[in-house]
Write a protein that binds this ligand. Sequence first.
Ligand SMILES: Cc1cc2nc3c(=O)[nH]c(=O)nc-3n(C[C@H](O)[C@H](O)[C@H](O)COP(=O)(O)O)c2cc1C
Length: 334
Amino acid sequence: MTAEQVARYVVAKAVWAPSVHNTQPWRFTAAGQQVSLYADAGRRLVVADPDGREMMISCGAALFNVRLALRSLGYIPETRVLPDPGQPELVARVSWRQRAAADELERWLFGQILTRRTHRGAFDPEPLPPDMLAALRAGAEREGAALRIVADDGRRAALAAAVEEAERHLRLVGERVRELARWAPPPGSARSDGVPATSYPARPEHTEPYFPGRDFARGHGWGVPPLGSATAHRAAGVAGLLTTTADRPADWVNAGQALQRILLTASGCGAAVALHSQPLELPWLREFIRTQLSDDACPHLVLRIGLVTQVAVSVRRDPGDVLFSAGGDSARLG
Ligand SMILES: Cc1cc2nc3c(=O)[nH]c(=O)nc-3n(C[C@H](O)[C@H](O)[C@H](O)COP(=O)(O)O)c2cc1C
């Protein structure tokens, strides 16, 4: 493959990373054997994400896919995570010179990139495969973050209450509702970004404790009808928090890389993950979670992990719309 073909291949996989409201806030340039990943600040959630933390987490997840895609080709990625005040949108540069065959774990994770989906709703009551949580925790640590399982019933209920409180607040603030609406198109939309109605349940699936999802449908009745086979007894799943020790843009990128490693590992184990960032978008609830539930580590996302039959279908922009040559002409490479 030529360097340009490698760049195209890598970006075609990178775009399948998760991103807040499926904003896909990224842009790539290629030059020789190097891809640069930039945050696309025009896609940042101005109200929900004033500091760009969720945007950088999303870019970090895309960066993990870039690394994994290079490994799938037998290249060793050399990654420099770079957000700095001088070039705040430059997330990372990844180059490839040396080769080594991908190992079994890398191939297994890579195989999940296209099929993994965000789950929104309840889980089956069956327990997770043994050792899975240990693998998820170890994976997060490898990427410079931590996955803290919130197992204690009282703390789990407090975490659910924080999500519920945040969701109630978000639904009452006009500018937040309008921002969400811009990223939640109606069924049948031809858009290739935003959260499609094929990716969330038409009716909230209540659990004990209850972690409400985002109100993408906003009373329109959009969403996927319940499966006929759905059992009455549904579970909230194992709750966890994704955290980093510090709270700088580079930590947010690492949180995103850890998130994607967690999601792909879970997917490979046959499990699904629901993400809740509602309470982390409200400073007082983020502070409550930091001090009361995450031992003063900086929280980025609430995760719920469980087993379920996945039905969500998502969308992405064409890789050609986000990959450009690094030369002055910024020509499309896709
Ligand atoms: C930083 C971040 C925050 C997110 N927050 C939520 C959330 O609060 N609720 C939700 O349902 N999904 C959340 N997601 C998942 C995205 O909506 C999802 O990745 C996107 O719609 C693409 O769908 P897919 O993951 O199924 O490919 C979040 C993802 C990221 C990276």
